[in-house]
Design a protein around this ligand. Structure first.
Ligand SMILES: Cc1cc2nc3c(=O)[nH]c(=O)nc-3n(C[C@H](O)[C@H](O)[C@H](O)COP(=O)(O)OP(=O)(O)OC[C@H]3O[C@@H](n4cnc5c(N)ncnc54)[C@H](O)[C@@H]3O)c2cc1C
Length: 460
């Protein structure tokens, strides 16, 4: 009898786990994967994909308004939340089935069950079945956090529930300033709700470039979203069908829905990590090295549970690299630098590389190039919006180290710009690239005048 039932047991059928299982099986490994909820994980079931579908839905209202300037007269439009949610759910079910089929085709056996570690080589399923594995991959993702326990927190929802509300709330209070908070603010507002975003920090989207943060806030407010910073929801009271969100400053806001989007926690609890000798890092996720190895020789971890860069393509890349390293004979470390990122807010953000503040702290000389303009479409639609494009350049080498965009198409633009940044393109390379006219992105290759230049101050 072989020592192990399988070569690899994957806990979690999300972006990282599914990719790792499939590639390991393709390398010839006998693989089993357990998923306790729905195959596809956060991204497919209650993250990127359903969110982007709701974002699309929320943008039609502005499109209908803009159409008038281009000569269109449209009949009165109306929106039905139930239709949107039903169609979204149908698409998610299709994707879930596709993920399951992909695994089956690759020869991965699957269990719809919670799985926990009994020791470094043994995984226990909910029905008590024990599976012995040469290697275990933990890919359990993360869960929404509700922050501090405040009175009435049980009345709040997280992004998980936002995808399944029985009806579109008329008034929404969102606590949080990260990308999920601002995206849902745009979704609810675009669909017609009155939205208030409450954030305890100085400005929304910590970690993004300061100009980008300021620009988005200004545009969100212009589009009717109330943004309250330096404050938090301190208590929630229910009055029949309605809620009252009490703010730390003393005011209160009446709402039909209070959503908390204050961060996500890695799914590390009750997994048997201690029994298996797996350590947690300072960031609260499973501690791993660049090959996703944990402190236990037979156990690896990828994706959000490691709390490195919590994005789907990163989890997928880590899962793939793990499978290549352990079963493909090709040790592969994942490069976590210059990961492009988008915020599907209204307007949209795309960013890759260093922010201005990061560059000025790290580089001896930083040059900034910025363009802010009304997009061509707004000239006829009359929409009150501007685009911001910004390049952060290493003044010593001429390398473009950061590329930031706010406006329609920003995410698509930055996906392509990320190739140039990864290839270490210089500002001269950008300048030598022919513009593609008329586009918004062409401004990235026609910015000739430096907006600002900074020399790092000598440390005292
Ligand atoms: C609202 C929202 C929007 C997002 N938008 C984007 C976006 O636009 N772009 C982007 O790149 N990323 C986005 N993300 C992040 C992205 O979804 C995650 O980074 C990605 O899903 C992480 O993949 P993962 O494999 O690490 O974990 P997950 O996809 O979370 O998968 C983990 C799986 O493990 C299962 N599981 C947990 N514990 C166990 C257990 N003990 N036994 C069995 N199964 C278990 C869970 O049910 C889950 O299915 C978004 C996230 C959210 C919440």
């Amino acid at each position: 009898m072989p020592e192990y039932d399988v070569d690899l047991f994957v806990i979690g059928g999300g972006s990282g786990g599914v990719r790792a299982a499939r590639i390991a099986a393709q390398h010839g490994a006998r693989v089993m994967l357990a998923e306790e909820y729905r195959m596809g994980g956060t991204c497919v079931i209650r993250g990127c994909v359903p969110k982007k579908l709701l974002v699309y839905a929320s943008r039609f209202h502005a499109e209908f308004e803009d159409a008038a300037g281009f000569g269109w007269t449209l009949p009165h439009s109306s929106f039905d939340w139930a239709t949107l949610i039903a169609n979204k759910d149908k698409e998610i079910a299709r994707l879930e089935a596709a993920y399951t089929a992909t695994l089956q085709k690759a020869g991965v056996s699957t269990a719809k069950s919670r799985a926990v570690l009994a020791d470094g080589h043994t995984v226990q399923l909910a029905n008590g079945e024990r599976v012995r594995a040469a290697y275990v991959l933990i890919a359990t993702g993360g869960t929404p956090s509700y922050g501090d326990q405040i009175p009435g927190i049980e009345h709040a929802i997280s992004s998980n529930e936002a995808f399944h509300l029985p009806e579109l709330p008329r008034r929404v209070v969102i606590q949080g300033g990260g990308y999920i908070a601002v995206e849902f603010a745009g979704i609810f507002a675009g669909l017609g709700a009155q939205v208030t975003l409450v954030y305890r920090g100085e400005n929304i989207l910590r970690g993004f470039d300061d100009d980008v943060r300021q620009h988005l806030r200004m545009d969100m407010e212009r589009h009717g979203i109330r943004v309250i910073t330096g404050c938090k929801v301190a208590a929630i009271e229910r009055h029949g069908a309605h809620l009252s969100a009490h703010l730390s400053g003393g005011n209160h806001i009446s709402a039909d829905c209070v959503m908390f989007a204050v961060g996500r926690l890695p799914n590390v609890s009750k997994l048997g990590l201690k029994e298996a000798g797996v350590e947690i890092g300072k960031n609260g996720g499973i501690a791993v090295d660049e090959y996703s190895r944990t402190s236990s020789a037979s156990i690896y971890a990828v994706g959000d549970v490691t709390n490195r860069v919590n994005l789907t393509p990163v989890a997928i890349r880590e899962g793939h690299a793990f499978a290549d390293s352990v079963f493909g004979g090709k040790p592969t470390a994942v490069d976590h630098t210059n990961v492009p990122t988008a915020v599907f807010s209204d307007p949209e953000i795309g960013a890759v590389g260093l922010t201005e503040a990061e560059a000025r702290a790290r580089l001896a000389h930083t040059d900034i190039y910025k363009a802010m303009f009304r997009p061509l479409k707004a000239m006829l639609s009359g929409r009150d919006t501007t685009v911001l494009l910004k390049l952060v350049v290493d003044g010593a080498t001429g390398r473009v180290v950061g590329c930031h965009a706010v406006g329609e198409g920003a995410a698509e633009m930055i996906q392509m710009a990320a190739i140039a940044i990864k290839m270490r393109a210089t500002k001269a390379d950008f300048d030598a690239t022919m513009a593609l006219h008329p586009t918004t992105g062409e401004e990235f290759v026609t910015m000739r005048t430096r907006t600002a230049t900074y020399a790092r101050e000598a440390a005292e």
